[in-house]
Write a protein that binds this ligand. Sequence first.
Ligand code: SAM
Length: 252
Amino acid sequence: MSLLRDADLSAAFDHAARTYDRMTSANPGYHRHLRRSARRLGLPAAGRGLRLLDLGCGTGASTAALLRAAPLAGITAVDASAGMLERARAKPWPPGVSFVHSPVELLEEAGVHGPFDAVFAAYLFRNVDDPDQVLAAVRSALAPGGRIAVHEYTLSGRAADRAVWTAVCKALVMPLGRRHGDTALYDHLWRSVVAFDTADAFAARLRGTGFAGVRTLPLPGWQTGITHTFVAHTPGTARPGTTEPGTTEEDA
Ligand SMILES: C[S@@+](CC[C@H](N)C(=O)[O-])C[C@H]1O[C@@H](n2cnc3c(N)ncnc32)[C@H](O)[C@@H]1O
């Protein structure tokens, strides 16, 4: 099997949407880790007056994490899969949260215009065709000093971490996915992580696309060495009251 892209990937997520929340709740720490990554944005004043973007929001797990970190912010959440978005929209949200059906490559065409104060992208980047192009678009959609937090499976480069990833996928995730009729998607999950950037390579990619203050932060539990939060900002001055991304007390 090969990696899924574009319409094939969206169709696979459309089908998997029915069981996606059940699959992720079987992953210890899934929601807790998303909340931790969202907090690492260091957003001030509970997000009052801020405009935030959640790219690849899926069924809304990352949107909920962002909302927890910044309950007073306006959040635009974007996804290419109609099935995943339908699940997200069916959940209760405050009026400041809105959902847009679009590939992240076509934000302007979908009417999603910056400037945003921060962007969150959880488990998105290894799925896109051209991560540099998406990062460049994110950079231009951010205000000067605007932040990005990317939460992504990015292996450390150590053989042991790659072996844990393969064991978790082959013994647990892929058999469960097969049972739900989502063989291709969970095969893609395993392969896309193995094929994607290591954590160091993704940090270099962020620097290469013009982000400053890039930090790579670990996550606890079995995800150590497998999943990371990357925080960075665009050049310029952030709004008063913001803390440097990734330096909240728990992460200092
Ligand atoms: C693994 S899910 C993660 C969902 C959510 N962020 C979370 O943390 O649970 C990845 C999501 O990214 C979306 N996606 C993948 N490629 C995309 C693209 N090019 N544009 C928009 N959404 C995309 C998929 O449809 C899917 O809902």
